[in-house]
Design a protein around this ligand. Structure first.
Ligand code: CO8
Length: 237
């Protein structure tokens, strides 16, 4: 690992994006490392939950690496977009809860990585936005799909075509984050909540996540059918 610091605390894995000098901006190397670390944590039976955070006290992830994107053509843009989507998809699809501890800027691709997490806890100084339009781009790592599902279509349109940055109070108001804490206690509080989740039945947790995630692909009738199937399966365990 060059850009990721991984720490195990009992049955909890803390994955830290560690490129503080660039506000943890993501390049392909970091995306590959993040993917591998998430993947191995999901596969590790000793790990019950995953926390993603950023190094330093300024940024969670300030986005995709802008300097690198300036050199991309259409093919390169597609590859970089698909790689980021591969990472956000594995996060969202994780059978173990993934919590973003958002300790500062979560912009562009950084906000999209947070959106893929199952829960978002933020520090008071955190800032959020999808400023891609200011660069002549649109969100490419899931923002147009996940943001409206989390904050509603109207709020998502406002953020994506406005391109402006919001603070943690506004993020809490629109439901972009679950909770806000002082930066000094953010990680501690995130860990405490992760431990509460881990103490609940792991299979019930993973099946809850699966039903909720899959709901966007189903009609309500199909979704309810899946729900009752999963519900009844749990009587076997
Ligand atoms: N990419 C690369 N470097 C970055 C990035 C970034 N996204 N953000 C910050 N940095 C670097 C700065 O260049 C600077 O490095 P250096 O000292 O070498 O110039 C260092 O981090 C510190 O940053 P600042 O000096 O700018 O710090 P400030 O406190 O003055 O400002 C901001 C902080 C407001 C966060 C500012 O850095 C900023 O605006 N950054 C860019 C934020 C942004 O626009 N992010 C979205 C990028 S677009 C995106 O993520 C698209 C995702 C989908 C991709 C689809 C694939 C094609």
């Amino acid at each position: 690992n060059m850009f990721i610091k991984k720490e195990l605390r009992d049955d909890l894995c803390i994955i830290r994006v560690d490129r503080e000098e660039s506000l943890n901006a993501m390049n392909p190397d970091i995306l590959y490392e993040l993917y591998d670390n998430i993947n191995s944590s999901i596969g590790n039976k000793n790990i019950g939950a995953i926390i993603i955070t950023g190094s330093g006290d300024k940024a969670f992830i300030a986005g995709a690496d802008i300097k690198l994107m300036q050199k991309l053509d259409k093919k390169g843009g597609k590859e970089f977009g698909e790689l980021g989507q591969k990472v956000t998809n594995i996060i969202e699809g994780s059978s173990k809860p993934v919590i973003a501890a958002i300790n500062g800027f979560a912009l562009g691709g950084g906000c999209e990585i947070a959106l893929a997490c199952h829960l978002r806890f933020a520090s008071k100084n955190a800032k959020f936005g999808q400023p891609e339009v200011k660069l002549g781009l649109i969100p490419g790592w899931g923002g147009t799909q996940r943001l409206p599902r989390i904050v509603g279509k109207g709020n998502a349109i406002e953020l994506i075509i406005g391109g402006h940055i919001i603070d943690s109070n506004e993020a809490l108001r629109i439901g972009l984050v679950n909770k806000v804490f002082d930066q000094s206690i953010l990680l501690h509080e995130t860990i405490s909540f992760a431990k509460i989740i881990i103490d609940n039945g792991p299979f019930a947790i993973s099946q809850s996540l699966k039903c909720i995630n899959d709901s966007s692909n189903y009609s309500i009738i199909e979704g309810l059918k899946k729900e009752v199937e999963q519900f009844s399966n749990l009587f076997e365990s």
